[in-house]
Design a protein around this ligand. Structure first.
Ligand code: PEP
Ligand code: MN
Length: 473
């Protein structure tokens, strides 16, 4: 394997890059990248280090990881309503887990940069035309007449990411994450009475607990969902929250890769040990279509200091998985690698146990996360891309069972969900089933995703209660 060569932020360029984008205007592309190289980082080394530390606790079974958000963000959806609905759902979901499982939750959003999409086919047929596939808002437009890759979209992605992150920071530093009013996290539209009741029971229990700590004088003045026991200010304000996206467009990621001293390293010297941080997000993952051992993406990922995710599907051989871990985590650092498995409900029994056993034998420290979404996509009779809630739950429960059988533990979940509501306050209708029993006929009502179908608010809380009850028992 040639990965022993020196790493630089651009060493990936010498390797084949799957899902590469070809820009007709090469000069413009170069200009845009030069501009991005001069723009400030979105996240800081100390935030990245804090996440690394928290993930090392997940790896040691002392916390649970929630990775969630849209399949793809769009520039148009960058609004106050959408961002606060998404953050509210992530907070509600994590509160259910913390309350039931009595475990701290590390929250990583698929947000503030999740624009680029890998595609199984480079072109698609629309009407009688064959056009380039939509590759995400940072590459081309969803409109079939706007499919030529435009480098200006990279700049726009940078600024939309910045705006989104700025709003998240503003929300979380202004009391939005406060446990004093969790009902504000947009529960008003939940129509399932049992779901409402369950969530309200948690809110009331929480009120009592907060009242109790105030009464006995433990109140520090700021109860929060902060990760550290005893409170403390989180990365983005009152609660800890981190951003992530698929590290797909390597030229963009390279432009935001910056060298900094590792905070707190080498206390005796002023400068600290230098490392390369990807400053576009706290956490990046490599997708199932770009994780080739000798490919450009793995080359790029092995050199950054950020914690990383690797998608693991049915096409991954067990020995290939271990080789990949040797490349991206040669020093076997805890919290560095999260394996996000996504086999499909019908296939998880064939693959997961052998992957777990191979990793156990290698002694690599990893976090195992279940993505029950990406192996379970189907096309409805009306032609809409959808997922069945029951199948999602089936992969998740199989995953919990297989980990237990192998003496391993599921450390987290990776979900595509949205708290988005339309003007009348109705949630999206993209996945079938759940406690709201969404039917095929209802799918078309409010199908808003322009990429993969997402769980709506109610369906997401259904999943949260399932996991929470599992860990409670
Ligand atoms: C995704 O997470 O949106 C995705 C495309 O996943 P995968 O690489 O696992 O197919
Ligand atoms: Mn997706």
């Amino acid at each position: 394997m040639a990965q022993t060569d020196a790493w630089t932020p651009s060493s990936w360029q010498a390797k084949p890059a799957a899902q590469d984008v070809r820009y007709p205007d090469v000069e413009k592309h170069a200009q845009v990248l030069s501009k991005i190289k001069t723009l400030p980082p979105l996240v800081t080394p100390s935030e990245v280090e804090r996440l690394r530390h928290q993930l090392s606790l997940v790896q040691k079974n002392e916390a649970f990881l929630l990775h969630a958000g849209d399949c793809a963000e769009s520039f148009d959806a960058c609004t106050h309503e959408n961002i606060s609905a998404k953050i509210g759902l992530i907070l509600s979901f994590s509160l259910i887990l913390i309350w039931g499982a009595r475990l701290p939750v590390v929250r990583i959003g698929r947000i503030a940069g999740q624009y680029a999409k890998p595609r199984s086919s480079s072109t698609e047929k629309i009407g009688d035309r064959e056009v380039m596939s939509f590759r995400g808002d940072n590459v081309n437009g969803f409109n079939p007449d706007d499919r030529t890759p435009d480098p200006e979209r990279l700049l726009s992605a940078y600024f939309h990411s910045t705006t989104t992150l700025n709003h998240i920071r503003a929300l979380l530093t202004s009391g939005f994450g406060s446990l004093h009013h969790p009902r504000d996290w947009s529960l008003s539209h939940v129509r399932s009475p049992s779901l409402r009741k369950e969530f309200e029971a948690i809110s009331e229990g929480l009120d009592d607990a907060l009242e109790f700590t105030r009464t006995i004088g433990l109140d520090s003045g700021r109860e929060s969902l902060s990760y550290e026991r005893g409170g403390g200010r989180g990365v983005l304000g009152e609660v800890d929250f981190y951003t992530s996206h698929e590290g797909l467009l390597l030229d963009y990621e390279e432009a935001l890769t910056r060298q900094f001293p590792i905070p707190g390293s080498s206390a005796s010297s002023k400068s600290g040990i230098p490392a390369f941080y990807n400053t576009s997000a706290h956490f990046l993952w490599v997708g199932d279509r770009t994780r080739q051992l000798d490919g450009a993406h793995v080359e790029y990922f092995r050199g950054i200091r950020n914690p990383i995710g690797i998608k693991v599907g049915p096409s991954m051989a067990a020995d290939e998985l271990v080789s990949l871990l040797d490349v991206v985590n040669p020093d076997r650092e805890s919290g560095r690698v999260t394996l996000i498995t996504r086999y499909g409900a019908g296939k998880i029994d064939i693959y997961l146990a052998s992957h777990i056993r191979a990793v156990q034998k290698s002694l690599h420290p990893v976090i195992w996360v279940c993505d029950p979404m990406h192996g379970n996509t189907l096309t409805s009779s009306s032609g809409l891309k959808t997922r069945n809630f029951g199948t999602i739950i089936s992969e998740l429960t199989s995953c919990l069972r297989i980990h237990a059988e192998c003496g391993s533990r599921l450390g987290g979940v990776s979900l595509e969900f949205t708290g988005e509501l339309n003007e009348e306050g109705f949630s999206v209708t993209e996945c079938l089933g759940g406690s709201m029993e969404l039917s095929e006929e209802q799918l078309g009502l409010r199908y808003q995703s322009f990429c993969d179908p997402r769980l709506n608010f109610e369906q997401s809380l259904d999943v949260a209660f399932l996991i929470s009850n599992h860990f409670k028992n």
